[in-house]
Design a protein around this ligand. Sequence first.
Ligand SMILES: *[C@@H]1O[C@H](CO)[C@@H](O)[C@H](O)[C@H]1NC(C)=O
Ligand SMILES: *[C@@H]1O[C@H](CO)[C@@H](O)[C@H](O)[C@H]1NC(C)=O
Ligand SMILES: *[C@@H]1O[C@H](CO)[C@@H](O)[C@H](O)[C@H]1NC(C)=O
Ligand SMILES: *[C@@H]1O[C@H](CO)[C@@H](O)[C@H](O)[C@H]1NC(C)=O
Ligand SMILES: *[C@@H]1O[C@H](CO)[C@@H](O)[C@H](O)[C@H]1NC(C)=O
Ligand SMILES: *[C@@H]1O[C@H](CO)[C@@H](O)[C@H](O)[C@H]1NC(C)=O
Ligand SMILES: *[C@@H]1O[C@H](CO)[C@@H](O)[C@H](O)[C@H]1NC(C)=O
Ligand SMILES: *[C@@H]1O[C@H](CO)[C@@H](O)[C@H](O)[C@H]1NC(C)=O
Ligand SMILES: *[C@@H]1O[C@H](CO)[C@@H](O)[C@H](O)[C@H]1NC(C)=O
Ligand SMILES: *[C@@H]1O[C@H](CO)[C@@H](O)[C@H](O)[C@H]1NC(C)=O
Ligand SMILES: *[C@@H]1O[C@H](CO)[C@@H](O)[C@H](O)[C@H]1NC(C)=O
Ligand SMILES: CC(=O)N[C@H]1CO[C@H](CO)[C@@H](O)[C@@H]1O
Length: 532
Amino acid sequence: MGVMFLGNAWILISWAVLLNCAAAEREYFIPSQNLSWVAARNHCQVCYKDLMSMTPENIQMVIHMLKSEHWIGLRKYFPNISHSDGSPWIQWANGDPVIFQNWHPGMPIAKVPLPKIDCCSCSCTCPASSSSSLTTVLTTGSLTNFSSLGSEVTKALPLNATCERAPIVPPVVPETNKLYVEDSCVVMLRHGLWAERNCTDERPFLCYEDKFFGRVDVKCNTSNSASLKWQPGPGDITLYEVEVKGEPSLILNLTDLSHILISLIGGNYYEVKVSALKCQRFLNPQRASFYTVPHKVKDLRVDNTTASSISLSWDEPDGNASLYLVQTETHTLTREVNTTRLEFDGLTPGSCFTFTVQSGVQDRSQWSEGSVIENCTRPGKVSNLEAVHITNEKLTLRWKAPDGNFAGFFIKVTFRNSDHYLDATKTETEKMITNLPSGSNITLEVKVKANHDVMGDAVSITAYTVPDPVWNLTLVPGNKQLTATWSYSENADVTFTAEVWKDNQFIQKKSTVEKKEIEFGGLQSATNVVEK
Ligand SMILES: *[C@@H]1O[C@H](CO)[C@@H](O)[C@H](O)[C@H]1NC(C)=O
Ligand SMILES: *[C@@H]1O[C@H](CO)[C@@H](O)[C@H](O)[C@H]1NC(C)=O
Ligand SMILES: *[C@@H]1O[C@H](CO)[C@@H](O)[C@H](O)[C@H]1NC(C)=O
Ligand SMILES: *[C@@H]1O[C@H](CO)[C@@H](O)[C@H](O)[C@H]1NC(C)=O
Ligand SMILES: *[C@@H]1O[C@H](CO)[C@@H](O)[C@H](O)[C@H]1NC(C)=O
Ligand SMILES: *[C@@H]1O[C@H](CO)[C@@H](O)[C@H](O)[C@H]1NC(C)=O
Ligand SMILES: *[C@@H]1O[C@H](CO)[C@@H](O)[C@H](O)[C@H]1NC(C)=O
Ligand SMILES: *[C@@H]1O[C@H](CO)[C@@H](O)[C@H](O)[C@H]1NC(C)=O
Ligand SMILES: *[C@@H]1O[C@H](CO)[C@@H](O)[C@H](O)[C@H]1NC(C)=O
Ligand SMILES: *[C@@H]1O[C@H](CO)[C@@H](O)[C@H](O)[C@H]1NC(C)=O
Ligand SMILES: *[C@@H]1O[C@H](CO)[C@@H](O)[C@H](O)[C@H]1NC(C)=O
Ligand SMILES: CC(=O)N[C@H]1CO[C@H](CO)[C@@H](O)[C@@H]1O
């Protein structure tokens, strides 16, 4: 229960009727005028709903408020409803049946006081025809029809009885009760009991109204406008005060039930409160809140790609946006971020994707148009790259294919500072490389080719072809020394090693890289030289 004093105009007593689920919240008011019952009812109907109907529960609510007698919504006879059976007090002003009454003792006042109880008694003795004596005593109540009663009594008596009738006092025609009011209206006394009063008396009165619960519907599918629609308040509404909080904020007094807001900011939050004004009193406001549609992001771009990710970035849109939704075209992969960049990972290598970026508002109720960009992950790279079956002029290059999509392989063979290129198809996992120089440092590099023009990262190894034997080996013996000379290809990346043996016994070893001549000294005669 809440009690509010708003200015001096009226007093509000609010009470939620806790009946099942039809919990209409009813509010009670005591306007600050004193009026006759009819004028009071009219005022209640114009500014609220009607004069108050009482129930045991709401009596509890309002008696604390009462310092004097107040009109309530009950009168003896309503001019406009049928009291055909003559029953008074049959319904409340709002049409509710009177299922409960709380009269002050002595109320309602009867037109006439209850008649005095007149006793007519007669005693009869019947000595002859009956051995027993019969005595009949009649007592009349106020409703007894005296004349008919009299004749019935006579008929019932034994024919032969001796009867002495007591004198019957004729019924007194009662005087009209001085307090009786022919067409009374009802007040509630300050302790909650009811009493009849002259309807023309000017008194304070109790009105009620069902609390107004309306709703503002918002339709907003653009960045800069929204259409508002609210529900009519009950009764004669002077105006609707529409308050919008946001950017821009505004307060308007309108008589329409709708309004279109313009010049709004994209992705911004707005709160709307519509209060109906009735008899200088604002009813319970209708409210709504919404976001406008955010603008799309600007300058969407690809910063970097790897085999499994594509890095996107963009600029904030005009207006506001709290987060961004990034999706692939099939919507199978979705990311949500609150930054203006995203490394979209978990992608298949060597595949192309179309990304849609939308800006969104905090509660995800509105999303902008999408900004779209296409790009591809780079293909993966080969693994387990090795050179096998190496001879002096060829070798076999072997690898393991990467995951994901690719079109084939691109092989670069480098030796003697020159590059040679070969292709391998998607299904090949080894390639024989021929026409290599012997004894050479060979660099082998494999890249994976995508279906588009992007290459994967290179993987490389080096290998040496088997050197050819030296030729034209000549030994020039001298005194205690021996000089070996030979011929060899000028380009080979080789080291020459010569060993001197005598009688299967190792004597000496020397190496050279560039010169094709080695001189062994301190030797005895008859020595073998083994050249490597
Ligand atoms: C209305 O009537 C009450 C008592 O019946 C009285 O106290 C009050 O002053 C009156 N108010 C006006 C505005 O006449
Ligand atoms: C009573 O009935 C008359 C005539 O039908 C109508 O003009 C008047 O408004 C009614 N009054 C109320 C309080 O219903
Ligand atoms: C009383 O009874 C008589 C005879 O039955 C009848 O004519 C008369 O109308 C009755 N009066 C009332 C007020 O019921
Ligand atoms: C009610 O009060 C008014 C004025 O005070 C008076 O003229 C009228 O006769 C009264 N009515 C009754 C039924 O007492
Ligand atoms: C907004 O909705 C209205 C009606 O529902 C429609 O006509 C209009 O094209 C929509 N505008 C946008 C930008 O979606
Ligand atoms: C709207 O009407 C109310 C009540 O008359 C008034 O208090 C308020 O100042 C008005 N506001 C505007 C913006 O006109
Ligand atoms: C691209 O991504 C790779 C792997 O994350 C990183 O090494 C490289 O520096 C990035 N390049 C740019 C330009 O950001
Ligand atoms: C952005 O998101 C992260 C986690 O996703 C969160 O921790 C952070 O608070 C958010 N920042 C803002 C400004 O909302
Ligand atoms: C991917 O993005 C890069 C960098 O913006 C661009 O150079 C390239 O053309 C894009 N590739 C595709 C397939 O759009
Ligand atoms: C073989 O060649 C590569 C590439 O030129 C080089 O890095 C490497 O050092 C060379 N190896 C030797 C043993 O010279
Ligand atoms: C063998 O060596 C001699 C000199 O040492 C040289 O004249 C000759 O041309 C060489 N022969 C070949 C085939 O290289
Ligand atoms: C009408 C009348 O009086 N009838 C009889 C009443 O009873 C007496 C005897 O007790 C008779 O004599 C009457 O005839």
